[in-house]
Design a protein around this ligand. Sequence first.
Ligand code: GLN
Length: 458
Amino acid sequence: MELYQLSLKELIEGLKDKKFTRKEILVSFYTRIQKINPIVNAFLTVIGGNNWNDKEGELSGIPVGFKDIYVTKDIRTTAGSKVLENYIPQYNSTVVQKLVSKGATIVGKTNQDAWAHGSSGENSDFAPTKNPWNIDYVPGGSSSGSAVAVAAGMCPVAFGTDTGGSIRLPASFCNVVGLKPTYGRVSRYGIIAMASSHDSIGHFTRTVYDNALILNMTAGKDPCDATTSNTNVPDYTKNIKNGVKGLKIGLPKEYLAKGIDPNVEKIFKQVLQKYEGLGAKIIDISLPHTEYALAVYYIIQPSEVSSNLARYDGIRFGNDRNRFGQEAIRRIMLGTYTLSAGYYDAYYLKAMKVRTLLIQDFKKAYEKVDVIITPVSPTLPFKFGEKTDNPLAMYLSDILTVTMNLAGVPALSIPGGFVRGLPVGFQIVGPNFSEDLLYQVGYAYEQVTDWHKQKPKL
Ligand code: GLN
């Protein structure tokens, strides 16, 4: 086995046992990036071979990729948009700084939908990333490059952002593990804002255990982000092996309603059977306001987007407004409309009220069950161009993921199988700050399946 095929845990243990050196790891991954990136376009900026971080720490010798929406000191940060094509930040985001101070080497900045608007990667101003399982298909978005970088062995860990599904959807389409943490669990400081009350800062790994290891390093209060929580940060690997015997897993009936591809449903039912086999109890529940979630998201999110993107108006700083792509312009217009006098009450305020009802749906559900489980995407990965002319069809890709962002709850996407060679994931959703439980539930499934061990042939 090549070093680039190992998981984070295997790399860290191998280093400890002196099976290989830090340099050998980095060279293995750099070589892989040189070979594969021209095919899949996962990295917008690749950082050259000799630039490794020589700081001593838990992650010394470990290559890490960051979505190009994470501000990185002296490294170009575009957010996938031509507007920021030449932006070189002067500081690191909190999460980048935490990783770098533990010795991680940044191997590059990954491709994404511009400003994180999208579900397929096709809104990138620098050409889309391709799905390593079949390069005619989209990898999911908006954190496309990071999911592909991990799936294709270009780094064992990569970071994304999830505002409405942008970590979970590409994780599901690429057969990797992706976490959307509780809102406020991980600092947003230094991450270019999409919709500030939804943005969740998470990461992709090959295994559930690796994912927990990384959350141990990123979670916690940050004085630079007032929305981060003081809630205690446990060791997320501590209970991971406790299993699911007797655990109550909620199955919300609204998530298997019409519109779900029968292939996705079939895989999902197999996942449920596995959990039953492991001793969990599957309990039918209802999240009654689910049907309004997508509409609510596409009112509140563009409202916040229009506010956040107003700072790039370019009038004072010599940038041309035309540099914004179609999707950003669409959202700025929608958001400006929903916030304008006369429409604010009818749209924004109303949507905010329904948002509260969605939060209550989850609270009530967790009185009956420990976690909830649902598919991630209603469809299989789709082909390039299939949905680009129809924004509504594209927005429907997020119908099973946006609700968790509106409610702020954490969700973990796990590889659940394949249909015609294309990956299908499922998600485990928990109460606020229950990431340790999500890992425990995800890990139990991973031990009795080997989807996560499959590797794309590239
Ligand atoms: N696809 C969703 C959107 O376009 C979510 C994006 C995200 O999570 N960044 O808004």
